[in-house]
Write a protein that binds this ligand. Structure first.
Ligand code: ADP
Ligand code: MG
Length: 311
């Protein structure tokens, strides 16, 4: 069954076309990643699906029901983790989760049970009586998630749920998403971090300027750039490397520098390793290590758009 079916969705903000005639389908049981840079239109799609924004045209069905005609049914069956934290500072963690769960008509002993369960799920049981103002960014994010899942929705929609989290909370959140999926929920997960999409998503849609520019499993997406290979040279001092000059070597597609690691994306069919090594030799730059790396979704995005996911 298709859990989500979006057809020819269009949304404009004045002169900005935020969603440009986009169609996509999400199957039951998937963790579907919507990956794209800031401003791509991820939140706009999520906000339209969750009923916070009106579309200009198009149709959306969730669980085979039109979201405009059956908004109450649809809302009951989904849980939304918004990009902007939606938690109340004057309620404790427990009261926050209970408040949101109650909105879905859950009452009495069941309400209490599900609230406790949701807090436990995100690892905040011991903070149940604390106010969010005392929480770290990551803990607030986890509470935000607990509020969206306590009513046990079929479809969970998460809009950049890790932004502002420390690495530990980020891992915790990613593991929770996987676990929610294993427990039966279909998940839509938006992010501009390709590592996150790679780590947890069973299928990924790459979105840019309101259009879906590629879709598939990470293996399928990487096959788009199967003619590219990346090599990382670790040097003694990357500051002495003239990147623009290196870029002129035939076959070089892109270069990123990270400390003393110089990552060079290369056309596979052009054998230019000797020329690259010669550049370092000629300029008296010591190569400490050479590593041939696997292609990432960043390369896919770069190849499709000519830009980087994160600038
Ligand atoms: P993302 O979530 O992928 O970062 P958004 O969906 O927030 O992207 O934004 C898509 C585009 O729509 C951007 O160009 C953004 O500036 C614009 N946009 C989003 N919300 C509004 C709004 N309320 N008013 C005007 N423009 C908006
Ligand atoms: Mg957004």
């Amino acid at each position: 069954m298709k859990i989500v079916k979006i057809e020819k969705l269009i949304k404009k903000f004045n002169d900005t076309i935020a969603i440009d005639n986009t169609s996509l389908e999400i199957n039951q049981g998937e963790i579907y990643g919507l990956l794209g840079p800031n401003g791509a239109g991820k939140s706009t799609i999520i906000n339209i699906i969750s009923g916070l924004l009106k579309m200009d045209s198009g149709t959306i069905e969730i669980l085979d029901k039109n979201i405009t005609k059956h908004s109450t049914y649809v809302k009951k069956n989904m849980g939304v983790v918004p990009q902007e934290l939606a938690i109340y500072d004057d309620l404790t963690a427990y009261e926050n989760v209970k408040f949101f769960c109650k909105l879905y008509g859950i009452k009495g002993a069941e309400l209490k049970k599900r609230t406790i369960e949701a807090l436990e799920f995100v690892g905040l049981s011991d903070k149940a009586d604390k106010f969010p103002s005392s929480f770290s960014g990551g803990m607030k994010r986890r509470l935000n998630i607990a509020c969206a899942i306590a009513h046990r929705p079929n479809l969970i929609i998460m809009d950049e749920p890790t932004v502002g989290s420390d690495p530990q909370s980020r891992n915790y959140i990613l593991q929770s998403v996987k676990k929610l999926n294993e427990l039966g929920s279909t998940v839509i997960y938006t992010t501009h971090y390709m590592e996150e999409a790679e780590a947890i998503c069973s299928r990924i849609g790459i979105i840019d300027h309101g259009k879906l520019i590629a879709e598939g499993t990470k293996e399928e997406l990487k096959a788009i750039v199967s003619d590219i290979q990346s090599i990382v040279f670790t040097v003694d001092n990357s500051k002495s490397v003239n990147i623009e000059k290196l870029k002129l070597i035939n076959g070089v597609v892109d270069i990123t520098v990270n400390d003393n690691d110089i990552k060079i994306e290369n056309r596979k069919e052009i054998n230019n390793w000797d020329k690259l090594i010669m550049y370092f030799n000629d300029n008296n730059i010591t190569i400490k290590n050479i590593k041939s790396n696997e292609i990432t979704l960043e390369t896919v995005f770069l190849t499709l758009t000519g830009r980087k996911l994160r600038d």
